[in-house]
Design a protein around this ligand. Structure first.
Ligand code: SF4
Ligand code: FES
Length: 240
């Protein structure tokens, strides 16, 4: 580590060596769109919306890079909104919208970038999933379970439990459902049952207000991982 100087849109800033360009730009007030980035989980640069133009010499060749995973170094020059950057973001937006036209935030962003009629047509054979991986990383890194992953390759790539079978390790917490930006993951609740990824989980009632609030299996799992007694886990968020 150590301090370095870089330029963003012609202005000089200091940052830590290897700090990611996205983080520096956000800290300094630049707007860079992201769709697969979440501060709570690791980065995989899957959506490509956060692209910027990077060059190392004034007037030299530039490269389009994903700012969320591009490390800064001395002398780096970054353009966050050049014509080239906007062109790439427009194509990325078209591709994302082909998969998930109603995903939150995308239509507004598309309008801002002048993306009109989608040239690629609908691409919904595998639902609304844009393969951002947020559900996989949240399950693994935040919940501490590995119920989800990627399977197949290329255009056949999909996300979900292994072999597309109901996962035996899923605890039914719904974290993947809440983090998914496109609404691809379906979770339903009726009475004392929650259904997600092909499994049905029995729900527990809050011992104070009486509403169903969490799968029994999830509470047992937290108990086994943390040692917190089951009776202390029996209150919903509102009654704690
Ligand atoms: S299901 Fe949702 S969160 Fe998971 S990879 Fe697909 S779009 Fe991302
Ligand atoms: S936010 Fe960088 S690639 Fe998605």
């Amino acid at each position: 580590m150590g301090k370095i100087k870089l330029k963003i849109d012609g202005r000089e800033f200091s940052a830590e060596k290897d700090e990611y360009v996205l983080d520096i730009a956000k800290r300094e007030g630049f707007e860079i769109p992201t769709y697969c980035h979440n501060d709570q989980v690791s980065r995989e640069a899957r959506c490509r919306l956060c692209v910027v133009e990077a060059r190392w010499q004034e007037g030299g060749h530039s490269r389009i890079v994903t700012s969320c995973l591009y490390p800064a170094d001395e002398g780096l020059m970054v353009e966050t909104n050049s014509e080239q950057v906007r062109l790439v973001r427009r194509v990325v937006l078209e591709l994302l919208l082909a998969r998930t036209p109603e995903a939150k935030g995308l239509a507004e962003l598309a309008a801002e970038y002048g993306v009109g009629k989608n040239r690629f047509g609908a691409d919904t054979d595998f639902g609304k999933c844009i393969l951002c991986g947020l559900c996989v990383r949240t399950c693994r890194e935040v919940v501490g379970v590995e119920a989800l992953g990627f399977r197949m390759r290329g255009v056949l790539k999909q996300v979900g439990p292994a072999f597309a079978e109901p996962s035996s390790v899923c605890i039914g917490c719904g974290a993947c459902y809440f983090v998914c930006p496109t609404g691809h993951i379906i979770m339903t609740e009726k009475g004392d049952e929650r259904k997600i990824w092909g499994r049905t989980f029995k729900m527990e009632k809050c011992s104070k207000c009486g509403r169903y609030f969490a799968p029994k299996y999830q509470l047992e799992w937290i108990n086994s991982q943390t040692g917190v007694a089951m009776d202390r886990l029996s209150l919903c968020q509102d009654c704690k």
